[in-house]
Design a protein around this ligand. Structure first.
Ligand SMILES: *Cc1c(COP(=O)(O)O)cnc(C)c1O
Length: 384
């Protein structure tokens, strides 16, 4: 193989168990949107369920349907839809639909009538993120529509949820303000006769730093994959988490060049001495950020080096000095860090982004290799 992504499914199961322990009586909805943050939707979802997740959460309806098509019958919530989406299959397959607006709950109800079934919905309240969710007076309209459509039998309002703006800064005043407004929204919905089974607001950062916000369920994503949502407060290990992803490529060429040789497009790196350059067959088409040009870290034969020159579409170069390296040498871009290799956080710091983006952007053209005990559960199943 030229370049690949290894996923430790046991790490995912372990992380969910750890998050569940921290959440106390609250259940865990493992968020597996974005192809499970680049880790592979179905295998990651199965590992999360094995680790004790009671629910799965995705942004897009198509992701929810993929999980059902793979035979996963766990409770499932999808929360990001544009007008005109066909809600029929979701209703048929018992998928909870997160609704932030009257137009959406009306369309869900219409699809439910057509299907002759009751749709399961969860109301999404905007308590200060100002993104998806019913804001201000729109909340009142959504609550009234929900009560009316539930009385008619078109929908069953199963839950209510919201999302933090500043969960990664637990002392920020909005963290408390959003909890207070959420409590008001919950009370308001219950006063309108809605029997809420699940009330939830905590992403990974809130699950780890604001346990008082757990309500009935927490919704961690990043921490499921073993990464820290609050790198300024702690590494994964500080929170009992194990990073699940390792990214490796094999050198295609290793060559000696003299001092003064410019490297890669635009020659933004120039060799200082005679040295060995190694070509690594991964680039921005694979998800390696071009912003990591001249700063991205790698590990070759146990030693750390830095990307030399620009990251190209399919490859980049590393200057390994006098290290004896030949074509085929494994180059580790990122991993858990136990063996001295760089982490997703190191890449995020180098490229000026967050670890979420580093792992989620790893292209699906890189094969996913699943390891760990739960990999056995994947035998004979299409993965990735
Ligand atoms: C992505 C997302 C989550 C998970 O966020 P993390 O920071 O990865 O834990 C939870 N809830 C909603 C609504 C989301 O969009």
């Amino acid at each position: 193989m030229t370049a690949w992504v290894t996923i430790d499914l046991d790490a995912i199961a372990h992380n969910v168990a750890e998050l569940s322990r921290r959440a106390g009586d609250a259940s865990v909805m493992a968020v597996v949107k974005g192809d499970a943050y680049g880790h592979g939707l179905v295998p990651s979802a199965r590992a999360a369920l094995r680790g004790g997740a009671g629910w799965l959460g995705v942004a897009q309806l198509s992701e929810a349907l993929q999980l059902r098509a793979a035979g996963i019958d766990a409770p499932l919530l999808t929360w990001l839809h544009a007008p005109g989406v066909d809600f029929g299959p979701a209703i048929q397959q018992g998928i909870d639909i997160g609704v932030p607006a009257v137009w959406e709950i009306e369309q869900v109800a219409e699809a439910a009538r057509a299907a002759g079934r009751t749709a399961r919905v969860q109301l999404k309240a905007d308590t200060g993120l100002a993104r998806n969710g019913a804001y201000g007076k729109d909340w009142d309209l959504l609550r009234d529509a929900a009560a009316r459509l539930q009385a008619e039998g078109a929908v069953e309002v199963v839950g209510i949820f919201t999302h933090f703006a500043y969960a990664d800064a637990p002392e920020h005043p909005t963290v408390l303000q959003q909890q207070q407004l959420f409590a008001e929204r919950v009370e308001d919905a219950e006063r309108a006769g809605l029997r809420l089974q699940v009330r939830h607001m905590s992403n990974s950062a809130a699950t780890l730093t604001t346990p008082s916000a757990a309500w009935d369920m927490v919704r961690p994503g990043l921490a499921v994959y073993g990464l820290s949502p609050v790198p300024q407060l702690g590494d994964p290990a500080d929170f009992g988490l194990r990073p699940a992803m390792t990214v490796t490529a094999r050198a295609t060429v290793a060559k000696r060049v003299p001092a003064g040789q410019g490297v890669s497009y635009g020659h933004t790196y120039v060799t200082e001495h005679e040295t060995t350059l190694v070509d690594v067959p991964m680039g921005y088409a694979d998800g390696v950020p071009r912003h990591a040009s001249n700063v991205g870290p790698v590990q070759v034969a146990g030693q750390r080096f830095t990307v030399a020159g620009r990251v190209c579409m399919d490859q980049f170069v590393v200057d390994v000095g006098d290290l004896p390296v030949e074509a085929g040498e494994p180059v580790v871009l990122l991993g858990p860090g136990d063996g001295g290799e760089p982490t997703a956080q190191d890449w995020a710091d180098a490229a000026g982004t967050i670890s979420y983006e580093i792992v989620t952007r790893m292209s699906t053209r890189l094969p996913r290799i699943y390891v760990g005990d739960s990999a056995g559960h994947e035998a004979g199943r299409p993965v990735g």
